[in-house]
Design a protein around this ligand. Structure first.
Ligand code: GLA
Length: 434
């Protein structure tokens, strides 16, 4: 059931991305080969004979060691598929993952298990066992945790206490109490049980409307309060950040996180409205850019511009959910074909990862204290959420694999990992490896 909900959620997210123009060209330098590098690749709807590779490198570095900011990875835990704690019917390498992750990453994000309903479903009843296992693992391995997320809208994530309040005659003042108690219960738990480990939180995730982009998302939390005046942010956002500021340890960084807020100027501007409004009252430390991106979209200039605007506000920039699909299902072609992951494409992807990390370093060069970090959304290609997403008959296509991450399914490092390392070391980005 859980998987079904995740999948439908992803569908809506991706449709929103599509609506926001995924597929326009860019200045990535990766050329059109991103979707057409192999003219002999299998037809779009075929599910056979697409794979070349895997291509791997033997890193002579620990990735996190090359950066003075968090280098993170999102992980599954508890009994999820690809849990780092338990094998499942799709993986039997949980122990190997627990060894590999601390070699390259200094921070963990829970892919799901620290979201609202996992931690606090019934009012005042907090369920921390699974999250504690994850945060404890981070602590034992000298890693930190980026908390994700205190408020998020999808139906499957809405806690019972919020549904109950929405269907009762709940005043704005009562809602404020509920939201505050939710934040307080969670942030105080981790600060107390694992001091200094959960160093930041996505306080609010995805408050901008998916389809109109320049409107607020009318979520259950938005609807709980009077509508904001023009130019103002929704009350629930302010309540959430105020509660986090009041109850989290003062060193904990508070982020607003959203997707498609680089190339899409409506979504970027809305993000900046939130940033400015909260920054004026000292309630926010940074902006999270999810960055579920493609080889050809958005452009590096789009990233540069968006990051720069956040830096100009004196806030941290955090890439929170990076993956680089080698297929843009909304790109040119009807639909774009399933590519073969050949040597050229692996090189293109190495270049793309490098250029993303490079522009991040460049924009923050004079203010390294504004580097909130870079987190990839999963360890291995086969565990990516995009595997569910892109084999779901988008425009008639079924993509068997889109190879979006830094490690192969067999846990070997991809050339893309070298690309990120090159950027962190200040080495020029190239397609070649070895
Ligand atoms: C959004 C959420 C994440 C995750 C991804 C897809 O970006 O912020 O928590 O659910 O979708 O996995």
């Amino acid at each position: 059931m859980h998987k079904f909900f995740i999948q439908s959620l992803m569908t809506s997210t991706i449709l929103a991305l599509a609506a926001c123009g995924g597929g326009s060209g860019g200045d990535t330098g990766s050329s059109s080969s991103s979707v057409s590098s192999s003219s002999s690749s299998a037809s779009s709807s075929s599910s056979s004979s697409v794979a070349a590779g895997p291509f791997s490198i033997e890193p002579d570095f620990n990735l996190y060691d090359l950066a003075e900011f968090p280098v993170g990875v999102a992980v599954s835990a508890a009994n999820e598929n690809y849990s780092i704690f338990n094998d499942s019917n799709v993986h039997d390498d949980a122990a190997l993952r627990r060894e590999l992750i601390p070699q390259h990453f200094s921070q963990l994000t829970a892919g799901n298990i620290m979201k609202m309903s996992y931690l606090h479903d019934d009012e005042g009843v907090f369920t921390f066992a699974d999250a504690d296992e994850l945060v404890g693992f981070a602590e034992t391995n000298g890693m930190t945790v980026h908390g994700h997320a205190l408020f998020w809208h999808p139906d499957y994530q809405i806690p019972n206490w919020a549904s109950a309040a929405a269907s009762a005659d709940t005043s704005a003042a009562e809602w404020e109490n509920l939201l505050t108690n939710h934040v307080k219960g969670i942030v105080e738990h981790f600060d107390t049980e694992f001091p200094g480990v959960v160093v930041s939180w996505d306080v609010v995730n995805e408050a901008i409307d998916a389809s109109t982009s320049d409107d607020w998302r009318h979520s259950i939390f938005y609807d709980a309060f009077p509508a904001p005046a023009a130019g103002e942010i929704p009350d629930y956002i302010r309540v959430a950040f105020q509660a986090a500021r009041d109850h989290a340890h003062p060193d904990v960084d508070l982020y607003y996180n959203d997707y498609d807020n680089t190339a899409n100027t409506d979504r970027l501007n809305k993000t900046l409205v939130i940033a400015e409004a909260l920054a004026a009252d000292g309630l926010i430390d940074g902006i999270g850019f999810q960055m579920h991106v493609y080889m050809d979209y958005p452009s590096i200039d789009n990233f540069r511009n968006a990051f720069q605007q956040v830096v100009d506000l004196g806030l941290k920039v955090k890439i929170t959910e990076l993956d680089v699909s080698v297929v843009n299902p909304y790109g040119s072609g009807t639909p774009p074909p399933q590519p073969e992951y050949d040597e050229e494409l692996a090189g293109d992807q190495k270049l793309r990862f490098c250029q993303i990390a490079e522009v991040y370093m460049e924009v923050t060069a004079e203010k390294p204290e504004l580097r909130g970090g870079i987190t990839v959304w999963g360890l291995t290609d086969d565990e990516s959420w995009l595997m569910n997403q892109f084999n779901n008959n988008i425009d008639g296509a079924n993509y068997d694999d889109v190879w979006p991450l830094l490690f192969n399914a067999d846990l070997s490092a991809k050339p893309a990992l070298q690309g990120v390392a090159d950027a962190l070391r200040g080495i020029a980005c190239t397609r070649s490896w070895e």
